[in-house]
Design a protein around this ligand. Structure first.
Ligand code: C6P
Length: 414
């Protein structure tokens, strides 16, 4: 089946036309780490720097106004992309990690106290663990983990009602796990959080590239995402927050145009979202991320999901017939969001990645920045192939062929 999207990406176009300086023949199965970028994104950024580059939000001349317009227009695209109620509910950050730290430093440290609890899941990325460990250290609050089924990755209703209690002040959960690929029951978690007066934070780093996000339907108080995971540039992300919450919170970083008025001793703050955007903003990157979001909308999330499933099914069906390969998480392709994590008996995941790299296949191996999950599952490391709509069935078949030979290359007879 021909993949009509690949020509939209300079990276794949060069590979497919066999004129890439470094990557001819490369199979890129590491989109969960970072996606490739289409021409549209690179063009939008070049256009911004060629025609509208000035410091946004400051200058009174028309070039700066154009920069401000481009930046605020990008904010409006992000708001629409996740169905926020108002553009001012979107704060530009560097990435998901910074978005989560912003909430921890601004909301967490200032609103929690000893005896309170923060509830996260055992499958969180470190970016949604360590900031909360920090808040607990500062405030005396306690970190509580929602555990999942070790085979399927599912978090049960009983676990939710056991762990989210009157002591809970924050529930923060990953929407799609970067290891298990599972989609968590965010609406149930939001309801449980709100029923006890807690706020609901969603780490959307892995979900936002794969399906249509509706923060109002999820009833999330905060939603974090990264541009580079959804075909946008690195170094730009977003934090959605409900307006009344953002208005009640102090700034995270200070300096630049995030102020209203400064005296020798004190300062007052700009309105949201600018209160949270200290220093010169990454306008070119925001423009690039907005172009990526428009591109994904044009591809269509129904198409993206359809393609995810076709490829994931082919990959997992093939892997099931290779002896000694074991999935980490569910063996149901419809529950993986294109993220297939696995081990091979007797071959260290780092060796799997290195041997595949020699065959020009790029996958990730190691702890995937989710060490508490690996401790819980009692595995030291795993390998992960992650797919997107620009991957092909032919790539899957080559991958399966190489994978079936890995044990032999490692000195085993079967
Ligand atoms: N996961 C992976 O290979 P940043 O780095 O801030 O853009 O994203 C952090 C992050 C947060 N949450 C989840 C669920 C994630 O998957 C990631 C990034 C990459 O799995 C890099 S470790």
């Amino acid at each position: 089946m021909e993949n009509k999207y690949r020509k939209d990406f300079p990276f794949f176009k060069a590979i497919d036309e066999n004129n890439s300086k470094h990557n001819n023949g490369l199979i890129y199965f590491d989109t969960a780490a970072t996606a490739q970028r289409p021409y549209l994104v690179l063009d939008a950024m070049s256009h911004f720097y060629a025609t509208a580059n000035a410091n946004p939000l400051r200058g009174l001349y028309s070039l700066s106004e154009r920069a401000t317009f481009a930046y605020e227009d990008a904010r409006s695209t992000v708001a629409k992309f996740i169905n926020a109620n108002d553009n001012s509910e979107i704060i530009f950050t560097r990435n998901t990690t910074e978005s989560l730290n912003l909430i921890a430093y601004s909301y967490g440290v200032n609103n929690l106290k000893e005896g309170d609890e923060i509830c996260i899941s055992i499958m969180e990325h470190h970016s949604n663990i360590i900031p909360w460990q920090m808040v607990c250290g500062f405030t005396g609050a306690k970190l509580v983990y929602l555990e999942c089924d070790k085979q399927t990755g599912e978090i049960s209703d009983e676990e939710i009602s056991k762990k989210i209690t009157k002591k809970t002040k924050i529930v923060s959960c990953v929407h799609v796990s970067n290891v298990l690929g599972i989609t968590n029951p965010i609406k149930k978690l939001s309801k449980a959080a709100h029923d006890v007066g807690a706020i609901m934070i969603v780490d959307g780093a892995q979900s936002s590239p794969h399906f249509k996000i509706d923060v109002q339907d999820l009833d999330a108080d905060f939603f974090a995402l990264s541009g580079h995971k959804l075909c946008g540039p690195m170094g730009i992300g977003a934090l959605y927050g409900k307006k009344e919450l953002l208005e009640s919170m102090p700034p995270f970083l200070r300096g630049g145009e995030m102020i209203e008025y400064v005296t020798r001793e004190t300062a007052t703050w700009a309105e949201v979202p600018h209160k949270f955007e200290a220093g010169t903003v990454s306008a070119g990157d925001a423009v690039g991320m907005a172009a990526a979001m428009r591109y994904l909308n044009n591809v269509g999330f129904d198409k993206i999901q359809e393609h995810d499933l076709i490829l994931t099914k082919r990959l997992m069906d093939g892997m099931k017939s290779i002896p000694h390969v074991k999935f980490v998480g569910s063996d149901d392709p419809s529950k993986r969001c294109g993220i297939v994590t696995f081990t091979i008996d007797g071959v260290h995941p780092h060796d799997i990645a290195s041997l595949l790299s020699e065959e020009k296949i790029a996958i990730r191996a190691g702890h995937h920045c989710a060490q508490p999950l690996q401790q819980y599952l009692q595995i030291n490391a795993s390998a992960r192939a992650s797919l997107y709509f620009y991957n092909t069935e032919a790539e899957i078949d080559i991958f399966l062929d190489k994978l079936s030979q890995l044990r032999k290359w490692s000195g085993y007879k079967d």
